[in-house]
Design a protein around this ligand. Sequence first.
Ligand SMILES: [Zn+2]
Length: 245
Amino acid sequence: MQNIFFTCWRAVLEVLFPSCCAACGHKLIQEEREICSSCLVAIPRTEHAAISDNGIDMLFAERIHLEHRKIRYERGAAFAYYNRDRGQVLRQLIERGKFGTNPNPEVFYVLGREAAREYVGSALLEDIDMLVPIPLHSRRLRERGFNQAEYICKGMSEVLHLPIDTEHLVRVRNNPHQSRSQFDKRESNVRDLFAVRYPEEWKDKHILLVDDVITSGSTLFECMKQLSAIRGCRVSVFALGWAHN
Ligand SMILES: [Zn+2]
């Protein structure tokens, strides 16, 4: 009885306050959630699932080589382009989702789910043990109210049925707002930002680190460095957007 009441109440609310697409503002139809089908289709995919040694792999391979690090990096991918020219739709969704007048975590959930659907059965996800969202510092988490990377993981997990671990990787220091800082300042911004609690529990695990956007890759690289100290721990990376010039 209660369920019927809530279904009817939701239907009434939907008529009075119809949900709109977070990108184009058009009214959503019943099976759509947060983003309309046209905007989801318009997001320019990188097609990384089909490309070995893609741009993300090259970015981290070069970094690992330059810093002579012993990092057990496996694979990487970004779902779509985030550039000003090609990636406007995704850019709009991510920026509105994080910084708009009404930040909306559900946008990240829907994007994570959409991305995961396109990576099912791909090499990227082979033998992954868990999804690990890049953590926000507690102060930023309080300000925003949610961690967008965690919502991406929730959407991915619905499709992939992989567990999400938000307990082990922690951010120990806050950093200035990255999207507004200079590229060359980023390297010093991200040093010693992360730590792993109870690292022995990640021994021999294959972790998929998940973030919203990869720009220089410095944040993810700092996390990788922490994981490299754990025996047998391997790491792959995934982001919704790739700000590639
Ligand atoms: Zn739309």
